[in-house]
Design a protein around this ligand. Sequence first.
Ligand SMILES: *[C@@H]1O[C@H](CO)[C@@H](O)[C@H](O)[C@H]1NC(C)=O
Ligand SMILES: *[C@@H]1O[C@H](CO)[C@@H](O)[C@H](O)[C@H]1NC(C)=O
Ligand SMILES: *[C@@H]1O[C@H](CO)[C@@H](O)[C@H](O)[C@H]1NC(C)=O
Ligand SMILES: *[C@@H]1O[C@H](CO)[C@@H](O)[C@H](O)[C@H]1NC(C)=O
Ligand SMILES: *[C@@H]1O[C@H](CO)[C@@H](O)[C@H](O)[C@H]1NC(C)=O
Length: 244
Amino acid sequence: MKGCRSVVRALCPLIALLYGLRADPSLQLLPAPENVTIYSYNLQQDLRWEPIKESDPLHPVTYTVQYELTSEKNSYHNLCLNIIETHCNISKFTEIKIYFKIVLRVRAEQGNLTSKWTLTPTFQATRNTTIGPVKSLSLSAYPEEHYSLYVRFQNPLLVENKWKMLYQLNYWKKITGVKTTVNITQTSERLKGLDPWTEYCVDVTVFADHKVGETSEAICAMPTASGTSFEVTTCPMPCSCFST
Ligand SMILES: *[C@@H]1O[C@H](CO)[C@@H](O)[C@H](O)[C@H]1NC(C)=O
Ligand SMILES: *[C@@H]1O[C@H](CO)[C@@H](O)[C@H](O)[C@H]1NC(C)=O
Ligand SMILES: *[C@@H]1O[C@H](CO)[C@@H](O)[C@H](O)[C@H]1NC(C)=O
Ligand SMILES: *[C@@H]1O[C@H](CO)[C@@H](O)[C@H](O)[C@H]1NC(C)=O
Ligand SMILES: *[C@@H]1O[C@H](CO)[C@@H](O)[C@H](O)[C@H]1NC(C)=O
């Protein structure tokens, strides 16, 4: 650099850097978002990241999120634009199908500064999502059916998909814990041939095209021998509940 004398030579790299920053707007002053993670549960996707520390309250930090299809490299499309939140609900963007293989990226902006992009690994909802337990699981006895219990629940996946759902029901006498397994495709089942006045417990695991979901918590109930007695107990897994 011209004008740098030997006495100030030590400062030259710094001066060069400052000149460089002024001359090259692509040099970033704003840190890129960290811990950029896709939370995907029951096929619903939310991208989240750590906030950038505010250094200038006059120019709040905002974020922009984009995606690209891995089959169309370097062609990014906007999702959330100039938002102040530190997450972007990807499921709101219905153009992103659950079977698309995508890369998401997020950057920070402040005034006219922008950070570098932080990229996620390749993501495909149908591969990467976590399937939760069935919803609204209930186990009930009917007074007129002394040796049966009815299991009812709902599919945890509200997002439309082409998966073949299979529900694995485990049920057992609470006192022995010896499990019987039945696989069903519908969301209710009658457990027959049970002993009356004996407490039974049941849990359900979802198989969505061989992807295994989280097992529900166990719930327990008793078939009634007569009258209108009716009892349901819930207990945490593994099931070892004692009536209180
Ligand atoms: C990112 O996550 C790591 C590990 O969970 C944590 O140690 C780190 O502090 C996080 N970074 C920020 C900026 O919060
Ligand atoms: C994300 O958007 C979907 C679709 O609009 C909605 O069903 C879901 O509740 C939203 N999730 C969050 C965390 O806001
Ligand atoms: C960025 O903003 C600052 C002050 O807000 C302004 O002085 C500067 O000229 C701007 N730079 C560019 C490249 O727009
Ligand atoms: C999705 O799953 C694949 C295979 O397990 C893994 O390599 C990839 O990192 C996951 N993507 C995300 C965003 O976690
Ligand atoms: C139920 O289905 C699961 C998943 O396909 C399988 O691993 C298990 O062996 C089946 N159990 C019975 C009793 O058919």
